[in-house]
Design a protein. Structure first.
Length: 250
């Protein structure tokens, strides 16, 4: 016999699921913080190597460990709502301006809305093709996909970390031009991924403008590409201690 939604057993399974997932993620995040406190990445002190080795030993992806660490740093133990509020909700509301929005029992969907993320376009496996095509059109037109991401790249990565770049070319005597700065490998990686996301957004718009009839499989592949690029951008940003609050239609 299946369990009815909202039944006592249902509620019990929900609480247990939240607890088990949260306990694991919070533990790994706290452990990663103990191994390498925030701010130590890229300082040539072995922090990256230690975290990646730890991730390998405990059987998690290194990029996941960096996320757990960032969430744990944003939410010290005394601030966490671990009773009936999932770890994922804490992750979605981890930035300083959003932490005050959290509340007991908040769902992931509610957290997305509170954070200003789009909750439209969450299509399940049984959604009809036309619905998926419509959601793809929304994704293609979503201003968060390219313009906002590009703005984030220039403002939060390039300008904010300009003082950390090494001088690539110094002006000759009498040359009034400002120094040209060499971008770090991390910044180049971020910007290359942002360029890829922008290129993808342009492809989306071309498809949308020509009203291409997308089949469900193609739709899934295209949206997966966008999500993967954003995940990689967030991973690199978190790994190098940058603020990263990208929004993308889910």
């Amino acid at each position: 016999m299946s369990i009815e939604v909202g039944s006592s057993r249902w509620q019990e399974l929900v609480r247990e699921g939240i607890a088990r997932d949260g306990n694991r993620n919070w533990f790994l995040g706290d452990a990663a913080l103990e191994i390498a406190p925030m701010g130590e990445d890229g300082a040539h002190n072995g922090s990256t190597e230690k975290l990646e080795q730890y991730a390998n030993l405990v059987g998690v992806e290194a990029k996941s460990l960096y996320v757990y660490r960032a969430v744990a740093a944003a939410w010290p133990p005394v601030t966490r709502l671990t009773g009936d509020t999932s770890w994922k909700v804490h992750q979605l509301l981890m930035t300083p301006e959003k932490r005050t929005l959290i509340r007991e029992g908040m769902t992931v969907t509610e957290a997305h809305r509170a954070a200003g993320h789009s909750t439209q376009g969450r299509t399940g496996p049984e959604a009809d093709p036309e619905a998926k095509r419509e959601q793809f059109r929304k994704l293609a037109d979503d201003p968060d996909i390219a313009p906002e991401v590009d703005e984030w790249a220039t403002e939060r990565v390039v300008q904010r970390h300009a003082d950390r770049r090494d001088a690539q070319q110094r002006p000759t005597r009498g040359d009034a031009k400002p120094f040209r700065k060499a971008m770090t490998e991390m910044e180049l990686t971020l910007l290359s991924k942002l360029d890829a996301l922008d290129h993808f957004a342009n492809i989306c718009r071309d498809i949308n403008e020509n009203e291409v009839d997308l089949d469900p499989e193609t739709f899934g592949k295209l949206t997966a590409v966008a999500q993967q690029i954003v995940v990689e951008i967030q991973f690199y940003a978190i790994r190098h201690g940058l603020d990263c609050d990208l929004k993308v239609a889910q």
